[in-house]
Design a protein. Structure first.
Length: 297
């Protein structure tokens, strides 16, 4: 299903699938999100039932764009394109929300990871000197990085798993990744922070020493993103990120750079590294993901 017919009242279903909740909505062809709803992420059956209940109301939907948690099979030649792979999210391994929606609504569905689609929404939501490369780092239930160059998501037949980067840091902190005992997601995600320190991030002031390990891991991830991709801008967001964390992250990135990387003095990093705006970035990205898939149709 790679084509669609559009009329003046056509709508696109947009979905952000997260570890704790789904945000679902509909957009018109101007890109305006006209309705949204939050659905708790439970078992696939319960979650999908709630999603169907929302979208069944909109007979004008001609397609869907989805940004969801992974890992996902994104190989365009695979019969299982869109399938959730070996996720730590209980019950979701093997679920293919792309195929489920295609069967139910008989429309085309574009899918990518939530972090990639949010990066696309970030790109489309702001004016950049074209062409521009932006990266988005999310720090929530998990950790991930998505990048967009000149309005297109950067990846091959699979998506990156930067949250599972290993920096060789020796620590006594417990890892909460079921696959690695020292990856950045296992040690520094919101889930790891809460489990290691028995508190949510927003309950602990940034001046508390507990944040030192967290900001070290995240600043290394930012620094390595700068060295690997040289993005023009890096957005950071997710449940563990707030305004107070930006300065200690920049301080440490500048220290790691040691005046080697260009445009990495404190003022330049303050401009380059940005907090994710409180907008529907993933839903907007899902809208453009669908349009990008159907360019020329």
């Amino acid at each position: 299903m790679n084509s669609f017919e559009k009329s003046s009242n056509s709508l696109i279903g947009v979905i952000e699938g997260g570890g704790t909740k789904f945000v679902i909505g509909v957009a018109d062809f101007s890109g305006t999100i006209i309705e949204t709803k939050k659905v708790k992420t439970e078992t696939p059956e319960k979650t999908l039932t709630s999603i169907f209940k929302f979208f069944d109301f909109y007979s004008q939907i001609v397609g869907f764009g989805i940004g969801t948690f992974g890992p996902l099979n994104l190989d365009p030649d695979s019969e299982n394109l869109g399938q959730t792979l070996d996720t730590p999210k209980k019950g979701w391994k093997g679920v293919n929300i792309k195929k489920v929606l295609e069967r139910r609504y008989q429309v085309s569905v574009a899918i990518d990871t939530d972090v990639n689609v949010t990066a696309l929404g970030c790109y489309k939501n702001h004016d950049y000197k074209s062409p521009a490369l932006i990266s988005y780092i999310t720090v929530g239930t998990g950790i991930g990085i998505g990048s967009v160059f000149d309005g297109k998501i950067m990846r091959g037949r699979a998506h990156s798993e930067a949250g599972h980067s290993i920096f060789g840091i020796h620590t006594n902190e417990k890892s909460f990744c079921p696959f690695h005992n020292n990856c950045v997601e296992g040690l520094a995600s919101g889930h790891a922070f809460k489990s290691n320190f028995s508190a949510q991030g927003d309950q602990i002031p940034i001046s508390d020493p507990l944040w030192n390990f967290e900001t070290t891991m995240l600043s290394l991830l930012i620094y390595n993103t700068l060295t690997f991709l040289a993005p023009d801008f890096i957005f950071i967001g997710g449940g563990l990120i707030n305004a107070s964390i930006k300065k200690p992250l920049i301080d440490k990135v500048q220290k790691y750079s040691n005046n080697y990387l260009p445009n990495t003095n404190h003022a330049e990093l303050n401009e380059k590294i940005r907090l994710l705006p409180k907008e529907n970035n993933c839903l907007i990205g899902a809208y453009f993901l669908f349009l990008n898939q159907h360019e020329g149709t």
